[in-house]
Write a protein that binds this ligand. Structure first.
Ligand code: NAP
Length: 271
């Protein structure tokens, strides 16, 4: 029975991972969330007939909560885990609408926001992966996926002059490097580590933009459309997760995918 653990499943892309994966009764799906009671109550409302969803309490910045989650998973599966998807991630309002030089006018806020993003997106996932490697080793799937962002793609930033979300992009670049290092250590054991960007997905990132901020986002979207003429704006969580799962299913250590950083298309076409 293939087992999956996805972090950050209270909403957005994470919730949709649970939806698609648990639609197969042959899968066992663990969703790690910070607010277990709320999310657990939503499961029977959404999927009354599904018994293969387990909601676990955990904050990826709280090491002991991740230790408890790993023990809980091992207790249910008998010790192993096939697939780990590190989807939980922090974004910042602070860097969403201004370039890095403008953010620098508030040095303390810049440092505070960057440290928070690094703590969640980089350190949190490093702890997560280290704690779950013993389970993945015992599983059959042997795949660990980090949900990253094309905002960190060094072939995109200069080409499109993407000024916004600098701190977030820096944190995802750190995550990608961590994933490559995990791969360097574990690919000889047949464990695949890779970073996948979900594309631009409508999960409410720019909902609170002022008219002036929305204008800056529009400029960025325009450059996205020039880069990818088929790009018609943010996609849905359904489409994105379907694409990501297809990439995960095709990827393998033997194909040379270990440590790679790709889009939901499985390549460097980011949009
Ligand atoms: N949407 C996009 O266009 C896009 C593009 C590129 C990359 N991504 C990446 O895709 C992933 C999912 O994005 P999304 O748009 O679905 O995000 P979202 O709607 O903001 O959801 C983020 C999820 O992460 C959880 N989370 C945040 N901090 C956490 C922590 N410390 N411990 C545990 N869980 C935590 C949140 O839980 P709470 O409900 O408790 O806050 C929530 O479930 C993220 O890694 C994001 O960076 C998204």
């Amino acid at each position: 029975m293939p087992s999956y653990l996805i972090t950050g499943t209270s909403r957005g892309i994470g919730w949709e991972f649970v939806n698609q994966l648990s639609s197969d009764p042959g899968n066992i799906v663990f969703g790690l969330v910070r607010n277990k009671s709320t999310v657990e109550a939503q499961v029977p409302e959404e999927w009354s007939e599904r018994t293969n969803v387990h909601i676990l309490q955990g904050d990826i910045t709280d090491y002991s909560s991740l230790q408890s989650a790993a023990a809980e998973v091992a207790g249910i599966t008998g010790g192993g885990l096939d697939y780990l998807i590190g989807n939980a991630g922090a974004v910042a309002h602070f860097d969403a609408y201004d370039p890095i030089g403008v953010l620098g006018e508030q040095p303390e806020a810049l440092e505070r926001e960057l440290m928070h993003l690094l703590r969640v997106n980089v350190v949190g996932n490093i702890h997560l992966f280290n704690l779950f490697v013993p389970l993945i080793r015992q599983g059959e799937g042997k795949k660990v996926i980090a949900i990253t962002s094309g905002q960190a793609a060094l072939d995109m930033i200069p080409r499109l002059s993407i000024e916004l979300s600098a701190l977030y992009a820096i944190s995802k670049a750190g995550l990608n490097t961590a994933v490559a290092k995990f791969s360097a250590q574990y690919d000889k054991e047949g464990i695949l580590f890779m970073s996948i960007c979900p594309g631009l997905v409508n999960t409410g990132r720019y909902n609170e933009a002022s008219p002036e901020q929305a204008e800056r986002v529009k400029v960025m979207m325009k450059s996205f459309a020039e880069y990818a003429p088929d790009f018609k704006g943010p996609s849905t969580t359904e489409a994105s997760v379907k694409d990501i799962l297809s990439v995960i299913n095709k990827a393998s250590v033997s194909n040379g995918d270990g440590g790679s950083f790709v889009s939901h298309y499985g390549n460097h076409q980011w949009l």
